[in-house]
Design a protein around this ligand. Structure first.
Ligand SMILES: NC(=O)c1ccc[n+]([C@@H]2O[C@H](COP(=O)([O-])OP(=O)(O)OC[C@H]3O[C@@H](n4cnc5c(N)ncnc54)[C@H](OP(=O)(O)O)[C@@H]3O)[C@@H](O)[C@H]2O)c1
Length: 350
């Protein structure tokens, strides 16, 4: 009998509003075997899967996006790290640690060797780091802050969702460049963590009272750079507080991802862009992996990691069957740090 494989499938697309657990199905299916491999394929045992806010767009069913929507009846897919258990590839061997952006939400799956990249193993660092500090969210922080906003020592940066996967790295990259850092997050624990990363000021935006007053108090001279992870009211308040020639990294707008046309936030302070001469940089990180920025990022962050000069918080949920809830938590601020799912598997050998 073939070993069983857990698979998380999408039940239906959700164009707007909040997805729920009922939109996902946990199935037990036969695991792929070595004999099922075509040439240049690998069979991967999944170790960690990444939960990311961009999944919300992929749940929607829209065809008008930079990344394909998930399809009902098919497994969810995203970034992951795993071990090659069988290979017909000349490039990858059994035991190799690999990462890639098309990991199926399954205990084991088969893919083309070209869909994954080998990463160092036995380095003493958790493989989950390839989804966090050395992975996509961290590089997203680098692109938005360093490549696009051209930060200068002495400037003030405001970071929303500052304890999250992207935000925590923005704080640290900004401090390393001599900026004054103001971070905001949705709980006191998160605020303490942001301060421990070196932020000059951090506040809980859920309990601070009027957001405009809180930002004005934290940055009385105004904001040179706003690193936007949330959009909505936060972006609106930031627009009001920008200094001349301010820059905004429009990284993400998670506060709006579950909005309906009726509940979507309408910006009131957009007019400030003209007199304050503000530049807004919308970007998607995948456009930057082929640019020199990627090597600069890896050099800087891997050196800092080796020297113990970077502190990156992972938030691990155990068990593939818990992955849908782990994902939904992101939209309610229930993650604390980079949310990953650790895949447990008692059946390690085929
Ligand atoms: N442009 C790109 O290429 C790119 C790549 C990666 C990520 N992103 C974007 O970057 C942003 C952060 O992603 P991440 O992976 O670092 O996620 P994350 O910060 O680890 O997790 C999401 C956080 O967003 C906050 N949040 C959730 N709902 C919110 C709401 N309604 N209003 C305000 N804040 C809310 C919560 O933090 P609090 O508890 O602090 O509220 C939550 O913990 C997202 O918008 C994402 O789409 C963009």
């Amino acid at each position: 009998m073939a070993p069983s494989n857990t698979s998380i499938k999408l039940v239906r697309n959700i164009p707007s509003g909040s997805p729920t657990l009922k939109d996902f199905k946990v199935e037990s299916v036969d695991a792929p075997t070595k004999s099922s491999l075509q040439p240049n394929q690998v069979l991967i045992r999944t170790l960690y899967l990444s939960c990311d806010p961009y999944f919300r767009g992929r749940l929607s069913g829209t065809r008008d996006s930079y990344v394909a929507s998930f399809e009902p009846g098919k497994p969810i897919e995203g970034l992951g790290v795993g071990v090659v258990e069988a290979s017909t590839s000349s490039k990858l061997s059994e035991g190799d640690l690999v990462t890639g952006g098309a990991f199926l939400w399954e205990t084991r799956f088969v893919c083309a060797d070209s869909a994954v990249t080998k990463v160092p193993s036995n380095t003493g660092i958790s493989p989950a780091n390839y989804l966090g500090v050395l992975g996509m969210p961290s590089f997203t922080a680098y692109v938005g802050l360093v490549s696009l906003c051209n930060p200068k020592a002495g400037e003030t940066v405001l970071v929303s969702a500052a304890s999250g996967a992207v935000g925590q790295m923005v704080v640290q990259l900004a401090k390393a460049r001599g900026l004054r850092v103001v971070g905001a997050a949705g709980s006191d624990d998160k605020v303490d963590f942001i301060k421990s990363l070196g932020a000059d000021v951090a506040f809980n935006y859920k309990t601070c009272g009027d957001l405009q007053d809180a930002v004005k108090k934290a940055a009385p001279e105004g904001i040179d750079i706003y690193f936007d992870n949330v959009g909505g009211e936060f972006l609106d308040v930031a627009l009001k507080n920008m200094r001349p020639f301010g820059r905004i990294a429009a990284c993400g707008m998670i506060s709006q991802y579950n909005a309906t046309p009726e509940t979507a936030y309408q910006l009131k302070n957009i007019v400030n862009i003209v007199p304050k001469k503000v530049s807004i940089f919308g970007y998607i990180v995948t456009d930057y992996y082929s640019k020199p920025d990627y090597k600069k990022f890896i050099d800087e962050v891997s050196t800092k990691l080796k020297e113990g000069k970077v502190n990156y918080k992972l938030d691990e949920v155990v068990g593939l069957e818990n992955a849908p809830q782990a994902l939904l938590d992101l939209f309610e601020g229930k993650n604390f740090g980079k949310r990953v799912v650790k895949i447990t598997d008692s059946n390690q050998r085929l």
